[in-house]
Design a protein around this ligand. Structure first.
Ligand SMILES: C=CC1=C(C)c2cc3[nH]c(cc4nc(cc5[nH]c(cc1n2)c(C)c5CCC(=O)O)C(CCC(=O)O)=C4C)c(C)c3C=C
Ligand SMILES: [Fe+2]
Ligand SMILES: [Fe+2]
Length: 343
């Protein structure tokens, strides 16, 4: 029997430093997130970051936490429940980090008799720290514990026409009641080094971004190319002009150079250049989470207004909207009946 495994990032059990510590430990010790050798990762993560970050992160999570739990988890569960109503196949939800493990969710599918699984990383774009780590972990778990299960992976859907349509519609809906003069596409950042590491040709990707509009096999795994593409397609769908739109990267950790321009600097630049009414969208995430609800909707608003802006809105992610569930339902049903994957 066929079944579907949805996987997102995960969240701590509660917004407390006590629960943040093991969660961040698992997350940041992932060699695809902090890609240093183990001995150095130990020093960076356990010796430095985990000394202060759990408390700081817990305070941020506390600001966005819902009565039912973490927004990312609750939204992902609502999405999963709605998807279940659209298909006869068993659908499980797992998280890359934290207690809702990929192993548990594969077991859930196995207990229902599933031996053919469509793995759906809930990320529109390929990055080694998001999409790739989910696929690698699922394959490791499958090999060790579920050798009789077959895994097929849904490709990153950053340029898929149905995804672009539903994303554009959600942005258009979000803009209906907001008189904007600029739109910022803010994507989760990654260290520049990750762009080079993910380049299978090892010569195509250039740190200045000049490579990302030239056709190349490297774009199959180039996060920056993929976010440029999503932006270009949404712009075309909504008929936005170049001067109405900017693109930036958020959520960097101190230390390495990350993809630029940085979102917090863009808030300041745009306000200084006279933008008064700014709408921000966050298409690297399909579900609202700490990075959108706190960093963008709260902190970002303060930064923009402080720099001279007047009105600011964050347009929600696709979350569990019926239209987005329908797109996913079409993809999984197509795979079930024909074996085809969306492109
Ligand atoms: C080296 C550090 C990090 C990389 C690289 C990174 C890439 C990356 N992350 C997401 C999606 C999410 N990240 C979230 C939280 C988060 N991310 C990092 C660090 C890196 N992410 C940290 C330390 C945290 C935890 C919170 C904090 O302390 O700031 C989340 C939110 C989870 C939630 O519970 O709400 C998401 C989602 C992507 C897509 C990505 C690469 C493209
Ligand atoms: Fe992250
Ligand atoms: Fe590129």
């Amino acid at each position: 029997m066929k079944g579907v495994l949805l996987v997102n990032l995960g969240s701590p059990e509660s917004p407390t430093a006590k629960d943040l510590k093991p969660y961040l430990d698992e997350f940041l010790m992932d060699e695809r997130v902090i890609d240093a050798p183990l001995w150095l990762r130990n020093i960076i993560v356990r010796g430095i970051i985990l000394q202060t970050r759990p408390k700081k992160s817990a305070e941020a999570y506390a600001k966005i936490w819902w009565d039912e739990g973490s927004p990312l988890i609750i939204i992902s569960e609502r999405f999963t429940d709605k998807l279940r109503k659209q298909t006869d196949m068993p659908v499980a939800l797992g998280m890359r980090y934290g207690t809702m493990s990929i192993k548990k969710s594969l077991q859930e599918l196995r207990d229902k008799g599933v031996e053919d699984v469509l793995l759906v990383p809930l990320y529109p774009h390929y990055a080694m720290s998001s999409y790739e780590t989910v696929v690698v972990k699922a394959m490791e778990v499958q090999k060790e514990f579920f050798p009789q299960t077959r895994l097929t992976t849904l490709p990153a859907f950053y340029r898929n026409p149905e995804y672009i349509k539903v994303l554009s519609k959600s942005i258009a809906d979000g803009l209906k009641n907001f008189d904007y003069d600029h739109i910022l596409f803010s994507y989760h950042g990654i260290p520049e080094r990750h762009i080079r590491k993910s380049d299978p040709t090892s010569y195509h990707c250039k740190i200045d971004g000049s490579c990302c509009t030239i056709n190349s096999v490297a774009h199959h795994s180039c996060y920056r190319h993929q976010v440029y593409k999503t932006t270009e397609l949404v712009k075309a769908t909504l008929g936005l002009k170049d001067e109405q739109v900017s693109l930036s990267f958020q959520s960097r950790l101190a230390g390495d150079p990350w993809l630029k321009p940085y979102t917090d600097y863009e808030f300041e630049r745009l306000a200084k250049e006279g933008v008064k009414r700014l709408a921000v969208i966050t298409p690297a995430f399909v579900a609202d989470c700490l990075e959108t609800l706190e960093e963008i909707a709260m902190e970002g608003k303060d930064q923009f207004i402080e720099a001279g802006g007047e009105n600011y809105t964050h347009i929600p992610c696709l979350n569990d909207s019926d239209a987005w569930v329908q797109v996913m339902a079409n993809w999984v049903k197509d795979w079930e009946t024909t074996g085809r994957l969306p492109s």
